[in-house]
Design a protein around this ligand. Sequence first.
Ligand code: NAD
Length: 467
Amino acid sequence: MAKIPPFEHTALESIPTIANSIRDTFKSHKTRSIEYRVQQLRKLYWGLKDNQDLIAEACKRDLGKSGFETYVTEVGWCMNDIIFMSTNIARFAKDEPAEDITFTNRFFGPRIRKDPLGSVLIIGAYNFPIQLSLGPLIGAISAGCTAILKPSESAPYAAAAMQKIISESLDPSAYTVVQGAIPETTALLDQKWDKIFYTGSANVGTIIAKKAAETLTPVALELGGKNPAIISKNADARLAARRLLWAKVLNAGQVCVSQNYILVDKEILPAFIKELKAAVAEFYPQGVRDSPDYGRIVNARQFARLKKMLDDSRGKILMGGTMDEKDLFLEPTVMQVDSLTDSLVSEESFGPLIPVLPVSDLDEAIKIANEVDDTPLGIYPFGNKKETEKVLSQTRSGGASINDGFFHASIPTLPFGGVGSSGTGAYRGRASFDVFTHRRTVTTTPAWIEGMLDIRYPPYTLAKQKK
Ligand code: NAD
């Protein structure tokens, strides 16, 4: 197996030159043809396929991810996106005729061209380091843009693996990786971009949006949120427990769309907790810690943050609670909390913490969900059809999975994104093409129509006005 190259910060002074050269390539128009885009996507596909083991190794080192999880949520995920895009680009890129036009307007051939936005900056997060960086890059390539990718420095092995794959597979004059942390990202933000696509926390999202506003640069912001799961008394306790546990053990809970807290009808609470315990035993027969299928917290800083959240909580531990700082191991931990002000509810944990807040009925659950965060990234109602529809019609969120944890995010052709504080702009499927595309309105005025157009030219005589 090839070796993961070392993670090295890009020299700060080289960043303007790199950004300018990517911009110059866009201006050369070479990335516009559909053939070029498909060729680049195919090369990326093979780069990923040939380096599957390298990526598995990188994600193991960064996040303790199992090979299976890395394949499903990173490598296979991106390869699927590439197949979808490369088979559909030509259709997506085709001009769209105007809708509902009058008979005479048809003479002007009104249409919408799909033009690439230009030269774009993609800033990735650490939790799915490959998917969250290459997913937007696949969209940028498909749309005909040039791009710089700035992966998260918190997943350095994955960042280095991506740099190797991109530099070996893609046209280096159009696509390149800049490595680094705040100074390098700040230097990148000082350059001119036609779009900035950012995935990460709302705090940093605010910095990005403010900087972009100075030059009126459009942004897509894929942020986090305090996502609720709501379990009504009519829900299936076993299904809810298995599905919501899965949503918090995948990637050791470091998933932007997983539920941050669970509102459970008091009537079903004992059965739900019993089933959660049973599910942990079923998922990890040899114990969570010894399982090769359970990941680790990304670094000591995030581990300390999660430990502090647990320490600060006034909740009672019902399950789990074991941790080992040296190994960055944090067991899936269920806490019963009794207040919305408990930090486990009021802050995004982004880890394997599972706070459970008992409620008297669905109305109370909806009220609490709206109070904690009225625009989370996801919402997960469990119950009968009437109940789950009621939850959807009385809340807002980026997406929703009924009777499941974030299943909606796994459908590759559905747009994925937030609303309000959880983000702006969506991608995946056709949306990945659209987010890097300008819909350019075009008409063509034929010469023969001049006689009909005469009416628009001054002088506006009485005869013209009567026509
Ligand atoms: P983060 O905001 O710390 O870092 C993300 C990126 O921003 C990194 O590339 C980092 O180098 C850069 N960055 C950090 N500080 C910066 C600064 N001051 N100026 C400029 N750039 C800076 O996010 P994270 O810790 O990697 O991810 C966790 C957060 O991201 C959670 O809130 C999670 O919900 C959210 N998230 C959202 C999605 C989504 O698709 N909506 C996906 C994953 C993570």
